[in-house]
Write a protein that binds this ligand. Structure first.
Ligand code: ATP
Ligand code: MG
Length: 579
């Protein structure tokens, strides 16, 4: 590729709308342009990287017996109705009508479509197990697109779906897939991606893991341990806290006027928040009232809570709280009616806490959950905190970090095969329901994450496996003597070797050429200049390390070939270690 033929403006200024490195550099470097909120056109450099990431994913999926298929982006409403998700999923699912008034949706995930296919194609136990995958456009009407390609509305995803006749077989394959994922992240140049226990969210199912790139721009919070390798999404993370077991004392009322929060109460009574019980009221989608009781120093993890009720939860209003017999601001679980009470173990494991009295302007001393609210259901609903003790090694302290989810794997179970009536005939001639797994990787988000992990102040440095080009040729003073001829010849020879070369043939000042080269992040740069050519030499420079040197022009092709081979071998060696 010659620069003179490359469409796209590259510029120095930081784009006002960009908030993270990948977004800034991909706009400045002419990789992409926004078309609408969360919708982008990818230009040649980005498209070349995408093609390579996709190819690596494809190779790894094929290696574990994946069959590449292509399902439609436009999905009839009926399929979502069959699975029951048409009403479960909110406005993220884009819905529309065709000219006949038939309801259509834009695919945001393809469990329904893949089951629609598989249920007619895999009728016998002999057809199992199998895995189907695609690399296809998804549309999700996300509330907040952000960070360039990190969170968009239209994006390409590799989504894979496996079908099994037993849970054991699904678990076996889940491990195979996890290894393939590790290889993919290593091959695309972000081997530091970690696997994190997670919630299975809207997909349903039980076991799920997320692959996270730990970095500041992430929206997810990851619980890590200072001592062991415990890693969990904060949505499901657990922290061990200090309890205060004491002999139960009798309840004593205490006058606490104008105390609306735990902070007010602890200030007034001069006690620590950990010596209080906090009451938070919610309402389920069906309108049922829920009281979450938790120790005053902790926060309710609403995802954990909503999983108990299999429903989204909203805060209850004062009237609803009063209707249950509680007084807002002075509420507790004592004497409530028509309210399900969920208590976090933190409240049960500490005694003689300060709690609401359900009487205006009064709290009580010596609240003891087991004695005072015996009907409370004990479930972990706490948000893990920095400094809590690790639940796995019991020694390390939890450290919260930010991360971006680059991929996810789920053991779906029979959530879709049951609702969509998919069966196969087993060896004993009975009809059985297959068990599914599903596995996603966002292509564009990975590209952005590589840029987040691999850049400096001047631009991105792409790993050799996915770089838009492997080597770049710059010429200082193209008009000088035969430099142009030398450059053209080198460009041709390298290209003929099968190397991917971009050649800056525009005769621009050195500063501008190098600034653009830094944005493009090509791993190896060759610089042809009049001074070095006098010695028959050219300069080489590695984008990542800044390492540089000189070689004879005659040895250049060999040098580049060897260098690229070596770089590729380094990455491949690191992957085979993980097998
Ligand atoms: P998130 O929590 O970030 O919204 P998700 O749990 O909705 O992600 P999945 O449904 O598991 O994501 O999708 C699989 C993969 O697709 C994700 O791991 C991510 O790489 C990618 N992905 C999901 N949503 C987006 C998006 N809005 N923009 C870009 N990539 C996305
Ligand atoms: Mg999402």
């Amino acid at each position: 590729m010659k620069y003179s033929k490359l469409t796209g403006q590259r510029y120095k200024e930081k784009p006002a709308e960009a908030t993270c490195a990948s977004h800034i550099f991909m706009l400045r470097g002419g990789y992409m342009r926004q078309v609408a909120n969360g919708i982008y056109t990818l230009m040649l450099p980005a498209q070349r990287i995408v093609a390579k990431i996709e190819q690596i994913i494809r190779e790894e999926m094929n290696a574990i017996d994946g069959q590449e298929i292509k399902m439609p982006v436009v999905i009839p409403r009926e399929l979502w109705e069959e699975s029951g998700r048409y009403n479960e999923i909110g406005v993220e699912l884009l819905r529309m009508n065709d000219r006949y008034g038939h309801g259509l949706t834009l695919g945001m995930t393809h469990e329904e479509v893949v089951v629609h296919l598989a249920r007619t194609e895999a009728k016998s136990y002999k057809d199992y197990p199998f895995m189907l995958y695609q690399i296809q456009t998804k549309f999700r009407d996300e509330a907040r697109s952000r960070g360039g390609l990190i969170r968009v509305r239209e994006f390409t995803m590799k989504d894979a779906y496996s079908f099994h006749t037993s849970q054991e077989d699904l678990e076996r394959y889940y491990k195979v897939m996890a290894r393939a994922y590790e290889r993919i992240f290593a091959r695309i140049g972000i081997p530091e991606v970690v696997r994190v226990q997670s919630d299975s969210g809207m997909m349903g199912g039980k076991v799920a893991d997320e692959y996270m790139l730990l970095c500041e721009v992430g929206e997810d919070t990851i619980v890590t341990c200072s001592n062991c390798n415990y890693l969990a999404n904060r949505e499901v993370g657990i922290g061990i806290i200090e309890d205060y077991p004491e002999t139960e004392k009798p309840i004593e009322k205490v006058y606490t006027p104008n105390t609306k929060s735990i902070e007010d109460v602890t200030n007034l009574l001069k006690i620590a928040p950990s010596r209080t019980a906090k009451s938070v009221f919610y309402k389920t989608a069906q309108g049922a009232l829920v009281l979450a009781l938790i120790r005053g120093d902790l926060e309710v993890n609403e995802l954990k809570l909503s999983k108990i009720f299999k429903s989204e939860l909203v805060f209850a209003n004062d009237d609803e709280i009063r209707a249950a017999g509680a007084i807002p601001g002075f509420a507790s679980g004592i004497g409530l009616k028509n309210c399900t009470i969920i208590a976090d173990p933190s409240v049960a494991n500490s005694n003689n806490l300060v709690a609401g009295s359900n009487e205006q302007d009064y709290h009580i001393y010596n609240f003891n959950l087991r004695r005072d609210v015996p009907n409370a259901k004990l479930v972990d609903i706490a948000m893990a905190r920095n400094g809590d003790t690790c639940p796995i090694c019991s020694q390390g302290k939890l450290v919260l970090k930010r991360g971006v989810e680059v991929g996810q794997i789920f053991q779906l179970g029979t959530r879709y095969t049951t609702s969509m009536k998919m069966t196969y005939t087993d060896l004993d001639n009975t009809e059985k329901t297959p068990i599914m797994g599903c596995y996603g990787i966002g292509v564009g988000r990975n590209l952005a994450c590589i840029a987040e992990a691999r850049h400096d102040a001047k631009g991105i440095f792409w790993p050799i496996t996915i770089a838009p080009w492997q080597v770049q040729i710059n010429v200082l003073n193209l008009d000088n003597g035969n430099l142009k001829e030398v450059a053209e010849k080198l460009y041709l020879e390298l290209t003929q070797q099968g190397l991917e070369v971009i050649y800056d043939d525009r005769n621009l000042p050195a500063g501008q050429q190098f600034a653009e080269a830094d944005l493009l992040g090509v791993p190896l740069r060759l610089v042809i200049s009049p001074r070095n050519m006098e010695k028959g030499q050219i300069e080489w420079k590695v984008r990542t390390t800044g390492e540089s040197g000189f070689i004879d022009l005659t040895a250049a092709v060999n040098f580049v070939n060897e260098w690229v081979k070596n770089e590729l071998a380094k990455i491949n060696a690191s992957c085979s270690l993980q097998q």
